[in-house]
Design a protein around this ligand. Structure first.
Ligand code: ACO
Length: 428
């Protein structure tokens, strides 16, 4: 059915096409509005703007539904692995045996960084945040692959595998450097996630003992972060990709967007908040009171979401995994009890109920990462590793769309009107 919306402007009626998604989501297509009427739409912070049509991820924020390529996140969390899910997200279907073997082989073949990359790590001060190193190094790595310099072109399959594999190597190298410890190279005998733990924690003469529960928990964290449709960092990747910048440049920009505490940086902020509550001996009530008071400048980190007005399905899975992994590793982290208390109090508090604020993916993930011995500065880096398939899949949608145009929002200018140049000598 060809539905149309009617818009009345200055006494004239215009017809605007309505676009309906697979799950019945409706949008008014305003792309021709300015040409026809002279008006643009204004939606600051994109609270109600669909920036693209995408086949990758579906979210129903009211019902708490998340699906990658049509498969519910709960099923993938229970049955799949990060690497298999990465293939699904990028290529649109679950891999068969042959595809899976090839994908794993490509990840392994491309896991080592160019040896000259090691010199780049030397230049950062020990206090450098690993997210700064990560985005800089992703860009630096692109210089070693001249084919990337031709924008969208090149062998996408290899570029994608190389980036997924190398982002993990870069992340581990940054961590080792920040501790002043020697770099540990990846080993072909380990799978993707175990290899990361090996590069983080092994010594040159002594391999770190990789506990299966720890590797599984980290793999689950990667998988749950693998895509989340048009969030701040993914929109950034699409924005950069739309200029036909290369895959590495686009994803390095995604890392920068993810860094902020309102987005991926929230996992670090949550643990810092819980530590502060613990140190102050607060039972959480003082912090909740402050989070409700705008003047305090505080927020309950790990709570609230632009799209979810219901419990974030990823948070539900992570909360269960958090209990399981802490039990399995026999860790009693006081921050977990504080987090649960905060959650229970917030979910009964009128302020949070009215605003439909629930725990998001970041609320419990940091407690798992702490249990694995991952330092707090690395939490958002872990998020970046997980999100890489989503960024790559979104980049691919743009690169493969012959109708793709450069992303270029408009604005309403509200500055001063035209006035003349005043020479410096005549200025007050
Ligand atoms: N604590 C206290 N109040 C909150 C919180 C919070 N965590 N989140 C939202 N609110 C309040 C806002 O102050 C606002 O109140 P008002 O209506 O009285 O002005 C109302 O709830 C609506 O919130 P907005 O800020 O308008 O929601 P928006 O969609 O712009 O922001 C965001 C979403 C950034 C996630 C916000 O909820 C937040 O800052 N949360 C804490 C940071 C965080 O956990 N970020 C991670 C998000 S998940 C991710 O990116 C992976």
């Amino acid at each position: 059915m060809n539905m149309q919306a009617k818009l009345e402007l200055e006494g004239k009626t215009y017809s605007l096409p309505i676009v309906v998604g697979t799950e019945g989501e409706k949008a008014v297509d305003v792309s021709a509005l300015r040409a026809e009427t002279g008006y643009i739409t204004l939606d600051e912070s994109y609270g109600n703007t669909g920036a693209c049509q995408s086949k990758i991820t579906f979210i129903d924020g009211e019902k708490g539904i998340l699906r990658y390529r049509g498969i519910p996140i709960e099923e993938l969390a229970g049955k799949s692995s990060f690497v298999e899910t990465a293939f699904l997200i990028i290529y649109g279907h679950l891999p068969n045996h042959r595809e899976m073997d090839r994908f794993i082989a490509l990840l392994q073949e491309n896991q080592i960084l160019h040896e000259n990359m090691k010199h780049h790590f030397e230049g950062f001060p020990p206090s450098a945040h690993p997210m700064a190193i990560l985005s800089a190094m992703i860009n630096a790595a692109s210089c070693f692959y001249p084919e990337l310099m031709h924008g969208h072109r090149g062998d996408f399959e290899i570029q994608a595998a190389r980036l997924i594999s190398q982002v993990r190597t870069i992340a581990a190298f940054s961590y080792r450097k920040s501790k002043g410890e020697p770099i540990i190279y990846p080993k072909k005998s380990y799978d993707y996630t175990a290899n990361f733990l090996h590069m983080l924690f092994s010594d040159p003469n002594d391999d770190y003992e990789i506990k299966p529960e720890a590797a599984r928990a980290l793999d689950l964290i990667f998988l749950l972060h693998a895509d989340h449709e048009q969030n701040c960092s993914t929109s950034t990747v699409r924005m950069v990709a739309s200029s036909q910048a290369n895959l590495y440049a686009s994803c390095a920009a995604g890392v920068c967007a993810l860094w902020g505490p309102l987005h991926g940086g929230a996992n670090q902020a949550v643990v810092e908040m819980l530590q502060q509550i613990h140190q102050e001996g607060d039972d959480g009530s003082k912090f909740i009171a402050a989070a409700k008071n705008k003047a305090s400048g505080r927020k309950l980190m790990g709570f609230g979401h632009r799209v979810y007005k219901h419990y974030d399905p990823r948070a539900k899975i992570i909360k269960t995994a958090c209990d399981e992994v802490l039990n399995a590793l026999r860790i009693d982290d006081p921050l977990l009890a504080i987090a649960k208390k905060l959650e229970a109090a917030a979910l009964q508090d009128e302020y949070f109920i009215e605003r439909k604020l629930y725990p998001n993916v970041d609320f419990y993930s940091g407690i798992i990462m702490r249990a694995l011995g991952i330092p707090v500065e690395m939490f958002t880096v872990i998020f970046s590793i997980g999100r890489m398939p989503g960024w790559i899949a979104n980049y691919k949608e743009i690169a493969e769309d012959p109708k793709s145009r450069i992303c270029r929002p408009r604005q309403i200018y509200v500055g001063t009107g035209q006035h003349g140049y005043v020479p410096l000598t005549q200025r007050a």
